[in-house]
Design a protein around this ligand. Sequence first.
Ligand SMILES: C[S@@+](CC[C@H](N)C(=O)[O-])C[C@H]1O[C@@H](n2cnc3c(N)ncnc32)[C@H](O)[C@@H]1O
Length: 282
Amino acid sequence: MSFGIPYKGSKNIYATHICESLPSGKRLVDLFAGGCAITDCAIRKFANKWETFLINDIAHEPLDLYAKCLCGENPVPYDWVSREDFKSKDWATRLVWSFGNDVSTYLYGREIEPIKHDIEAWIVDGVIFNNSTILHDIQLPNLVSMKERYSWWRGHKRLLSNLQINVNTQRLLSLERLERLERLERLERLEFSYLSYEQYEYRDGDVVYCDIPYKGTHCKQYKDTGFNHESFWKWAKSRPFDVFVSERIVPDDAEIILKKDVANRANTKGIDGFKTECLVRV
Ligand SMILES: C[S@@+](CC[C@H](N)C(=O)[O-])C[C@H]1O[C@@H](n2cnc3c(N)ncnc32)[C@H](O)[C@@H]1O
């Protein structure tokens, strides 16, 4: 099961462990919510652990997309977006069409773009294009729905990779993920805000979780907030309530409550060497 929208730095893979480790309370405050994986997991799998949920991030876009998906209004169409058109598209479309969902780098390299175009044209519309010769080597079945063609494609991994055809259709996976975000009943349990963390006002019974941008990584998607880690830790330590923080580099005096080894995909160049992620209480 995946949680939240596709988002760089998403806690999707181990959202369940984080939700298990956080204490119960009246309201779960996801102060750096981004793609909302933590709240999404909390409300779907731990519905009785918290009564309400505050989803906050300084960036509007991911929160707005998440909210739309929950109401069944995924705003990203299946239409093909070319490298040329990419830059002029709205945020949600660029999210789905970007490499590693970084919103700024077009998903496919120049050489692979015509091949991906043809593959997707067949999967989405059942049309066989001639931009590349790739589909000529395969006996494509006559299937009526996109769902059937997509599952045929995914079910023929071995055959296709023997023909040197990359089966991965990342954009369709991202779209699928947005579609799978089932509508949520009882949306009144969710509140949204768009504040910088220092502006948050504590309420009795709040459990405050902070998934801050990793120190030392370069997430183009949210670098313009100029996030200052020292100021953040100073703020967290001076709160009169517990603050739960996910980070890789944590202060020596923080209480580690969860440690997970994960492959770091926080930049487009691949794994950058950090692998242990901690959830700490300060
Ligand atoms: C690591 S991401 C959060 C990922 C999220 N937990 C998820 O599962 O998708 C960090 C988030 O912090 C947000 N952010 C950066 N500076 C902020 C600030 N001063 N106050 C609140 N949010 C901030 C960024 O917009 C970004 O979405």
